[in-house]
Design a protein around this ligand. Structure first.
Ligand code: AMP
Ligand code: MN
Ligand code: MN
Ligand code: MN
Length: 291
Protein backbone atom coordinates (compact mmCIF):
# COMPACT_ATOMS: atom_id res chain seq x y z
CA UNK A 1 0.00 0.00 0.00
CA UNK A 2 1.25 3.47 -0.84
CA UNK A 3 1.40 5.55 2.30
CA UNK A 4 0.85 9.20 1.58
CA UNK A 5 3.74 11.55 2.21
CA UNK A 6 1.81 13.90 4.49
CA UNK A 7 3.62 16.65 6.39
CA UNK A 8 1.06 18.32 8.62
CA UNK A 9 3.22 20.50 10.87
CA UNK A 10 5.47 23.33 9.65
CA UNK A 11 6.22 27.02 10.24
CA UNK A 12 6.75 30.04 7.98
CA UNK A 13 8.11 33.51 8.72
CA UNK A 14 4.54 34.49 9.65
CA UNK A 15 5.47 32.84 12.97
CA UNK A 16 8.95 31.53 13.88
CA UNK A 17 10.01 29.81 10.67
CA UNK A 18 12.55 31.44 8.34
CA UNK A 19 10.93 30.69 4.95
CA UNK A 20 7.95 32.40 3.34
CA UNK A 21 4.77 30.34 2.75
CA UNK A 22 5.66 30.33 -0.97
CA UNK A 23 9.18 29.01 -0.37
CA UNK A 24 7.75 26.29 1.90
CA UNK A 25 5.23 25.22 -0.73
CA UNK A 26 8.03 24.92 -3.30
CA UNK A 27 10.10 22.96 -0.81
CA UNK A 28 7.17 20.64 -0.03
CA UNK A 29 6.75 19.93 -3.76
CA UNK A 30 10.49 19.32 -4.24
CA UNK A 31 10.49 16.96 -1.27
CA UNK A 32 7.59 14.90 -2.65
CA UNK A 33 5.11 15.98 0.03
CA UNK A 34 1.61 15.01 -1.15
CA UNK A 35 -0.47 16.72 1.56
CA UNK A 36 0.96 19.68 3.40
CA UNK A 37 -0.21 21.94 6.24
CA UNK A 38 1.36 25.21 7.34
CA UNK A 39 0.74 25.39 11.10
CA UNK A 40 2.08 28.73 12.30
CA UNK A 41 1.92 29.45 16.04
CA UNK A 42 -1.32 31.20 17.10
CA UNK A 43 -1.71 32.76 13.65
CA UNK A 44 -3.61 32.20 10.39
CA UNK A 45 -2.02 35.08 8.47
CA UNK A 46 -0.06 32.78 6.14
CA UNK A 47 -2.93 30.45 5.19
CA UNK A 48 -4.19 32.15 2.02
CA UNK A 49 -0.64 32.41 0.65
CA UNK A 50 0.21 28.81 1.58
CA UNK A 51 -3.00 27.50 -0.01
CA UNK A 52 -2.42 29.42 -3.25
CA UNK A 53 1.26 28.44 -3.43
CA UNK A 54 0.52 24.78 -2.67
CA UNK A 55 -2.05 24.73 -5.48
CA UNK A 56 0.44 26.26 -7.91
CA UNK A 57 3.12 23.77 -6.84
CA UNK A 58 0.81 20.76 -7.19
CA UNK A 59 0.63 19.93 -3.49
CA UNK A 60 -2.68 19.17 -1.73
CA UNK A 61 -3.23 21.40 1.27
CA UNK A 62 -4.90 21.45 4.68
CA UNK A 63 -5.27 24.80 6.46
CA UNK A 64 -3.57 24.56 9.83
CA UNK A 65 -2.54 26.31 13.03
CA UNK A 66 -0.61 25.44 16.20
CA UNK A 67 -2.24 26.87 19.32
CA UNK A 68 -0.23 27.59 22.49
CA UNK A 69 -2.04 26.21 25.57
CA UNK A 70 -1.28 26.19 29.29
CA UNK A 71 -2.11 22.88 30.95
CA UNK A 72 -1.02 21.58 34.36
CA UNK A 73 1.83 24.09 34.62
CA UNK A 74 3.28 23.29 31.17
CA UNK A 75 2.96 24.79 27.72
CA UNK A 76 1.22 22.32 25.43
CA UNK A 77 0.76 22.79 21.69
CA UNK A 78 -2.47 21.81 19.97
CA UNK A 79 -2.40 21.61 16.19
CA UNK A 80 -5.62 22.34 14.31
CA UNK A 81 -5.91 20.73 10.87
CA UNK A 82 -8.50 21.36 8.17
CA UNK A 83 -9.74 24.55 9.80
CA UNK A 84 -11.62 27.27 7.96
CA UNK A 85 -9.04 30.07 8.12
CA UNK A 86 -11.79 32.71 7.95
CA UNK A 87 -13.67 31.45 11.02
CA UNK A 88 -14.34 34.45 13.28
CA UNK A 89 -14.25 32.65 16.66
CA UNK A 90 -10.97 30.92 15.79
CA UNK A 91 -9.44 34.20 14.63
CA UNK A 92 -10.54 36.00 17.81
CA UNK A 93 -9.28 33.20 20.04
CA UNK A 94 -5.88 33.25 18.35
CA UNK A 95 -5.67 37.06 18.57
CA UNK A 96 -6.29 36.81 22.33
CA UNK A 97 -3.67 34.05 22.63
CA UNK A 98 -1.09 36.20 20.79
CA UNK A 99 -1.87 39.35 22.74
CA UNK A 100 0.64 38.98 25.59
CA UNK A 101 3.64 38.19 23.40
CA UNK A 102 5.01 41.74 23.09
CA UNK A 103 4.98 42.38 26.85
CA UNK A 104 6.52 38.96 27.45
CA UNK A 105 9.30 39.76 24.95
CA UNK A 106 10.16 42.97 26.83
CA UNK A 107 10.34 40.99 30.07
CA UNK A 108 12.54 38.35 28.42
CA UNK A 109 14.90 41.09 27.22
CA UNK A 110 15.01 42.55 30.74
CA UNK A 111 15.95 39.13 32.14
CA UNK A 112 18.73 38.75 29.58
CA UNK A 113 19.98 42.31 30.25
CA UNK A 114 20.47 41.35 33.91
CA UNK A 115 23.02 38.73 32.86
CA UNK A 116 24.81 41.15 30.56
CA UNK A 117 23.05 40.48 27.26
CA UNK A 118 21.87 43.91 26.11
CA UNK A 119 19.66 44.91 23.19
CA UNK A 120 17.93 41.55 22.98
CA UNK A 121 14.47 42.97 22.27
CA UNK A 122 15.68 44.98 19.27
CA UNK A 123 17.95 42.11 18.27
CA UNK A 124 15.11 39.57 18.29
CA UNK A 125 12.87 41.98 16.42
CA UNK A 126 15.22 41.90 13.43
CA UNK A 127 14.23 38.27 12.90
CA UNK A 128 10.50 38.80 13.31
CA UNK A 129 8.44 38.53 10.12
CA UNK A 130 5.14 39.36 11.84
CA UNK A 131 5.17 41.93 14.68
CA UNK A 132 2.21 40.15 16.32
CA UNK A 133 4.27 37.04 16.74
CA UNK A 134 7.54 37.62 18.53
CA UNK A 135 8.67 34.28 19.97
CA UNK A 136 11.51 32.71 21.89
CA UNK A 137 12.89 31.42 18.59
CA UNK A 138 13.60 35.01 17.47
CA UNK A 139 15.58 35.65 20.66
CA UNK A 140 17.44 32.38 20.07
CA UNK A 141 18.49 33.54 16.58
CA UNK A 142 19.78 36.84 18.01
CA UNK A 143 21.81 35.05 20.69
CA UNK A 144 23.40 32.84 18.04
CA UNK A 145 24.14 35.91 15.89
CA UNK A 146 25.94 37.62 18.79
CA UNK A 147 27.97 34.49 19.53
CA UNK A 148 26.51 33.88 23.01
CA UNK A 149 25.70 30.32 21.86
CA UNK A 150 26.63 28.33 18.77
CA UNK A 151 23.11 27.07 17.95
CA UNK A 152 19.50 27.79 18.85
CA UNK A 153 19.06 24.55 20.83
CA UNK A 154 21.87 25.63 23.17
CA UNK A 155 20.20 29.04 23.62
CA UNK A 156 16.99 27.33 24.75
CA UNK A 157 18.92 25.11 27.16
CA UNK A 158 20.91 27.92 28.74
CA UNK A 159 18.66 30.98 28.49
CA UNK A 160 15.08 30.45 27.39
CA UNK A 161 13.65 27.59 29.44
CA UNK A 162 12.35 27.44 32.99
CA UNK A 163 14.97 28.42 35.57
CA UNK A 164 17.06 30.41 33.07
CA UNK A 165 17.48 34.22 32.75
CA UNK A 166 15.42 34.83 29.60
CA UNK A 167 12.47 32.66 30.63
CA UNK A 168 9.19 34.39 31.47
CA UNK A 169 6.22 32.25 32.52
CA UNK A 170 3.19 32.91 30.38
CA UNK A 171 -0.53 32.15 30.44
CA UNK A 172 -1.61 30.78 27.07
CA UNK A 173 -5.06 29.57 25.93
CA UNK A 174 -7.08 27.02 27.90
CA UNK A 175 -7.08 23.49 26.51
CA UNK A 176 -10.86 23.34 26.10
CA UNK A 177 -10.97 26.73 24.37
CA UNK A 178 -8.25 25.79 21.88
CA UNK A 179 -9.97 22.50 21.01
CA UNK A 180 -13.34 24.23 20.61
CA UNK A 181 -11.92 27.01 18.39
CA UNK A 182 -10.44 24.35 16.09
CA UNK A 183 -13.44 22.02 15.96
CA UNK A 184 -15.81 24.99 15.64
CA UNK A 185 -13.85 26.02 12.54
CA UNK A 186 -14.40 22.59 10.95
CA UNK A 187 -10.99 21.20 11.89
CA UNK A 188 -9.57 18.31 13.87
CA UNK A 189 -7.55 19.08 17.02
CA UNK A 190 -4.31 17.15 17.45
CA UNK A 191 -1.92 17.00 20.44
CA UNK A 192 1.42 18.19 19.03
CA UNK A 193 4.72 16.41 19.86
CA UNK A 194 3.52 14.78 23.13
CA UNK A 195 7.00 13.36 23.75
CA UNK A 196 8.30 16.87 24.47
CA UNK A 197 6.24 17.59 27.57
CA UNK A 198 7.68 16.96 31.01
CA UNK A 199 4.52 15.45 32.45
CA UNK A 200 4.18 12.73 35.05
CA UNK A 201 2.22 9.72 33.73
CA UNK A 202 -0.80 11.00 35.71
CA UNK A 203 -0.66 14.49 34.19
CA UNK A 204 -0.17 13.04 30.72
CA UNK A 205 -3.20 10.80 31.21
CA UNK A 206 -5.16 13.87 32.31
CA UNK A 207 -4.05 15.75 29.18
CA UNK A 208 -5.24 12.96 26.88
CA UNK A 209 -8.56 12.36 28.67
CA UNK A 210 -9.43 16.06 29.02
CA UNK A 211 -8.39 16.72 25.42
CA UNK A 212 -10.76 13.98 24.23
CA UNK A 213 -13.54 15.15 26.55
CA UNK A 214 -13.32 18.60 24.91
CA UNK A 215 -13.61 17.03 21.43
CA UNK A 216 -9.94 16.53 20.51
CA UNK A 217 -9.42 13.66 18.07
CA UNK A 218 -5.78 13.30 17.11
CA UNK A 219 -2.20 12.94 18.31
CA UNK A 220 1.15 13.37 16.56
CA UNK A 221 2.89 10.01 16.48
CA UNK A 222 5.59 10.85 13.92
CA UNK A 223 7.18 14.26 14.50
CA UNK A 224 10.64 15.79 14.36
CA UNK A 225 10.61 15.78 18.19
CA UNK A 226 10.08 12.01 18.60
CA UNK A 227 12.76 9.37 18.69
CA UNK A 228 11.84 5.74 18.05
CA UNK A 229 10.78 5.12 21.67
CA UNK A 230 8.34 8.06 21.55
CA UNK A 231 7.00 6.91 18.17
CA UNK A 232 6.19 3.49 19.67
CA UNK A 233 4.76 4.93 22.88
CA UNK A 234 2.42 7.39 21.16
CA UNK A 235 1.39 4.86 18.51
CA UNK A 236 0.21 2.68 21.41
CA UNK A 237 -1.51 5.63 23.07
CA UNK A 238 -3.27 6.59 19.83
CA UNK A 239 -4.70 3.06 19.68
CA UNK A 240 -5.53 2.93 23.39
CA UNK A 241 -7.36 6.29 23.30
CA UNK A 242 -8.88 5.78 19.84
CA UNK A 243 -7.11 8.84 18.41
CA UNK A 244 -6.30 9.62 14.79
CA UNK A 245 -2.55 9.66 14.14
CA UNK A 246 -0.69 12.59 12.62
CA UNK A 247 2.70 13.02 10.98
CA UNK A 248 4.59 16.31 10.71
CA UNK A 249 8.20 17.47 10.64
CA UNK A 250 7.69 20.72 12.62
CA UNK A 251 10.05 22.22 10.03
CA UNK A 252 11.17 25.78 10.90
CA UNK A 253 14.34 26.44 8.91
CA UNK A 254 16.80 24.72 6.56
CA UNK A 255 19.66 25.39 8.99
CA UNK A 256 17.94 24.87 12.36
CA UNK A 257 15.52 21.99 11.89
CA UNK A 258 16.54 18.39 12.43
CA UNK A 259 14.18 17.12 9.73
CA UNK A 260 13.45 18.46 6.28
CA UNK A 261 9.83 18.79 5.11
CA UNK A 262 8.38 15.38 4.29
CA UNK A 263 11.50 13.58 5.49
CA UNK A 264 9.80 11.38 8.08
CA UNK A 265 9.13 7.72 8.83
CA UNK A 266 5.70 6.40 7.84
CA UNK A 267 2.91 6.08 10.39
CA UNK A 268 2.57 2.54 11.74
CA UNK A 269 0.08 0.80 9.42
CA UNK A 270 -2.40 -0.10 12.15
CA UNK A 271 -3.16 3.54 12.95
CA UNK A 272 -5.82 5.64 11.28
CA UNK A 273 -4.15 8.67 9.64
CA UNK A 274 -5.70 12.01 10.50
CA UNK A 275 -5.70 13.03 6.82
CA UNK A 276 -8.04 10.12 5.99
CA UNK A 277 -10.60 11.68 8.35
CA UNK A 278 -10.04 15.10 6.71
CA UNK A 279 -10.63 14.11 3.05
CA UNK A 280 -13.43 16.67 2.72
CA UNK A 281 -11.20 19.47 4.09
CA UNK A 282 -8.23 18.91 1.78
CA UNK A 283 -7.78 21.56 -0.90
CA UNK A 284 -6.84 19.58 -4.00
CA UNK A 285 -4.04 21.13 -6.03
CA UNK A 286 -5.84 20.80 -9.43
CA UNK A 287 -8.98 22.56 -8.17
CA UNK A 288 -6.99 25.30 -6.48
CA UNK A 289 -4.75 25.91 -9.49
CA UNK A 290 -7.75 26.19 -11.82
CA UNK A 291 -9.86 28.51 -9.67
P1 AMP B 1 7.26 30.56 22.17
O1 AMP B 1 5.94 30.25 21.51
O2 AMP B 1 7.67 31.98 22.01
O3 AMP B 1 7.32 30.09 23.60
O4 AMP B 1 8.36 29.72 21.37
C1 AMP B 1 8.21 28.34 21.23
C2 AMP B 1 9.06 27.86 20.07
O5 AMP B 1 10.41 27.79 20.46
C3 AMP B 1 8.73 26.44 19.65
O6 AMP B 1 7.67 26.41 18.75
C4 AMP B 1 10.00 26.02 18.98
O7 AMP B 1 10.04 26.51 17.65
C5 AMP B 1 11.06 26.74 19.77
N1 AMP B 1 11.70 25.87 20.77
C6 AMP B 1 11.20 25.49 21.95
N2 AMP B 1 12.09 24.71 22.61
C7 AMP B 1 13.17 24.60 21.81
C8 AMP B 1 14.43 23.95 21.90
N3 AMP B 1 14.78 23.24 22.99
N4 AMP B 1 15.29 24.08 20.87
C9 AMP B 1 14.96 24.80 19.78
N5 AMP B 1 13.80 25.43 19.63
C10 AMP B 1 12.91 25.34 20.62
MN1 MN C 1 8.16 27.16 16.74
MN1 MN D 1 5.17 23.05 19.00
MN1 MN E 1 5.50 23.64 15.66
Amino acid sequence: MHLLNADLHSHSNISDGTLTPEALAARAAAQGVEVWALTDHDELGGQARALAAAGAAGVDYLCGVEVSVSFAGETVHIVGLGVDAGNAALKEGLAATRAGRLQRAHEMAAGLAKVGIGGAFEGALKYVGNPDLISRTHFARFLVETGVCTDTHAVFRRYLTQGHPGYVPHQWAKLGDAVRWITGAGGVAVIAHPGRYKFSPTAEYALFTEFIAHGGRGVEVITGSHGVADQLKYADMAEEFGLLASRGSDFHSPTESRLNLGDLPDLPGRLEPVWAALEHRIHRAETTAAS
